[in-house]
Design a binder for this molecule. Sequence first.
Ligand code: AMP
Length: 393
Amino acid sequence: MPFIQPFLMSASVILPPSCIGIVGGGQLGRMFALEARRSGYRVAIFTDERPGCPAGQWADAEFNAQYDDTDMLDRFLDRVDVVTAEFENIPDACLAYVEAKKTLRPSRRAIWTTQHREREKLFLREQGIACADFRIVTSYEEFEAAVGALGRPCVIKTAAFGYDGKGQKKIEANTELDGVWTDFAGQHAVVEKWVPFVCEISVVGARGTDGRMAVHGVIENIHEHHILDLSISPARVEPAVQEQALELWEAVAEGLDYIGTMAVEMFVTDSGQVLVNEIAPRPHNSGHLTLDACLSNQFQQQMRAVCGLPLGDPSQHSPAVMINLLGDLWPAELTPPDWTPVLSHPRAKLHLYGKATARARRKMGHINVVGETLEEAWESALQIKAALNPGLS
Ligand code: AMP
């Protein structure tokens, strides 16, 4: 394989058993650690969670401290050869500290841009990337004017620390604006035109240090109470929609000069237009089906990109459906459901995140179901879901 030789000899390539640092301690870090360790890398995590968090359970070393604890950050950075992040809400001062001492992939700029809705939206506008029309508001007067300009319904979202529908409120025809503003006052917020979408999709892919990109196909997402419930791949959308979605993903990745795995969530309108909703600078919940359905899953791609290796083949070998497992499914905090319907199915796989205590809406794990056809995977997924929670089906 002569084409690989020069690449591996390049000084910037990070090979096993080098140590990859992960900032964050959740399930995305856990699945990344599992993937990287399988290839012989060592993994160290830095997190403000307690020891034994989901990622810590699989890491070689765990550094638990607040994100401004530079002594602990130094100890972590001494241990690692390269750093990545498993969530975006990391204080910028911490990202700056890390990037000053070690290579950070994706970069501080990419994480900084996408961790804040205002910066993310302005980036999309600057790049000419299609998204819902929006206004940035910092006062009640601006809020009122934005709602007037965009029309109702529209939605107001906090600029910082919003995810899974947290920190947002739909403005309906009869919504009193001053009541809504009380909750948002003092914060920057984004007011967005309401998109009457026909479906929500995401594209998960990776961009390597050489600028090459490899995307998994388009994934269809079904949310419940703003939290992902089911992901379906391939998405049941027209080829023109797929084409737009892939182009949008590439435009975002290039605009951010992105290195690593990235997900872009999008809306599909009834006229077949695709609009970017959100960018996740990391592997993504909707990409979990790549673990069992693709040649190189989203964490493998992240590992390769972060280490400067050529990306793997992202092709999907089996149609798949992912079922998210939220804490609501647990009969009691410490009592998991009866897993028989999943474990007895030959084409379903149970992925649990090692969280001892279940809470409502907490992401506890997921199930991937594959099939010869998407219909088969879909039918199996619905049966498993109904059997796990007969009360809700
Ligand atoms: P977000 O936290 O921005 O990803 O929003 C969570 C969910 O709220 C999305 O997955 C959509 O289902 C819905 N949503 C957010 N923004 C809009 C919008 N502008 N129009 C319609 N639905 C939206």
